[in-house]
Design a binder for this molecule. Structure first.
Ligand code: CUA
Length: 368
């Protein structure tokens, strides 16, 4: 009777285990599916000397840990089987074994040293003198976007300023100084360079790095910084050397004036007068010289808007200029925040839909 019960219980356990096991199959399928996704923030796909070095150390540590794990588990299995209790055999009592104790002290020391040496060397190397042709940049964390400044690359040796889309040349070392004038943000481009905080009242030096392949890379604020933290993104354009020089040149070139009476020309007027946009935004070579909001020079060339959250196209831009609060959890109007310009209420709207369309056309026309 007792053994019948035992089998019933055993079967029940078995079937509940199988049920649980089968329920994992769709989950495993999902994993496979997601593994095929585009992963632009994948730190295993390295695109700079810095991330490659970290990757090498990481892979070495994984292998060392896997070997230690395999050795310990196999050794344990061997010992458990070989020395298990058997009838007629008495366990042998051992007290101390000098040889064994030295072995299991020395081997871990060697393993830890082999991990520590490349790690410490790498940390030390981040403090090396920069290359002679290093490109210096200052990145400033704002709520909620990124400003990038290139000392000396503006007209007559002044500062060149852009926002949310950083341009750097391939194969040339970049040294970025990180700042914030509000709260703590964190600068992170997983494929190019590791995270470093942007702290108010302090200048943090991001580890110097050299990008190895032209392309567009995703960046992200990695420190909770308020309501729109998750939507505080940016892009890094790694240009060819010539491409970077041309970008700098176009940023400093005088933009062509839109044809009088054209929709772009009307938009320029709204931008500079009726909308008051130029109070906060600058467009190099025009009367717009505001410094509170993102610099919009060559805005039509950018791939994204709203700090890297949306594709830069006419309909997204129209929605953004009309009411960015539909797209991003930005507090109601306050100092330093862009107002809501158009919600379809003539009583409160600051700009009409036609004026919004004109501003959109003007911003899109800001190309080389
Ligand atoms: Cu800035 Cu999170």
């Amino acid at each position: 009777m007792q053994s019948k019960n035992h089998f019933a219980r055993h079967n029940k356990l078995r079937s509940s285990f199988l049920k649980r096991f089968y329920s994992l199959i769709p989950l495993a399928g999902l994993f496979l599916l997601l593994a095929a996704c585009d992963t632009p923030q994948n730190t295993f796909v390295t695109r700079s000397d810095s991330t490659q070095r970290i990757y090498d150390i990481y892979i070495f540590v994984i292998w060392a840990a896997a070997l230690v794990g395999a050795f310990v588990l196999l050794g344990m299995a061997y010992i458990l089987i070989k020395f298990r209790a058997r009838p007629g055999r008495k366990a042998q009592q051992i007290h101390g074994h000098t040889g064994l104790e030295i072995t299991w002290t020395v081997i871990p020391i060697l393993i830890l040293l082999s991990i520590a040496i490349p790690t410490v060397l790498w940390v030390a190397q981040t403090q090396d003198e920069p290359d002679s042709n290093v490109l210096e940049i200052t990145a400033v964390g704002k709520q909620w976007w990124f400003e990038f400044k290139y000392p000396g690359l503006g007209p007559d040796g002044s500062e060149l300023v852009t926002a949310n889309e950083l341009h750097i040349p391939v194969g040339r070392q970049v040294a970025i100084t990180l700042e914030s004038d509000n709260v703590i943000h964190s600068f992170w481009v997983p494929q190019l360079v590791g995270k470093t905080d942007m702290v108010p009242g302090r200048q943090n030096k991001l580890e110097k790095f050299t990008a190895t392949e032209p392309g567009v890379y995703y960046g992200q604020c990695a420190e909770f910084c308020g309501s729109a933290h998750a939507l505080m993104r940016f892009r890094v354009h790694v240009d060819t050397t010539g491409g970077f020089d041309r970008w700098v040149e176009s940023m400093n070139a005088m933009p062509s004036t839109p044809l009088p009476g054209s929709v772009e020309s009307l938009g320029k007027t709204v931008f500079e007068l009726a909308g008051g946009c130029s109070g906060c935004h600058a467009i190099n070579g025009t009367p717009a010289m505001g410094i509170i909001g993102p610099n919009l020079t060559l805005f039509g060339e950018r791939g994204t808007l709203g700090s890297g959250i949306l594709d830069n196209n006419g309909s997204n831009l129209k929605q953004w200029v009309s009411n960015l609060r539909d797209l991003k959890p930005v507090p109601e109007e306050g100092s330093g925040l862009m107002p809501t310009f158009h919600q379809g209420n003539p009583e409160t709207d600051l700009l009409t839909e036609a004026q919004i369309d004109q501003v959109v056309a003007y911003l899109q026309s800001l190309k080389r």
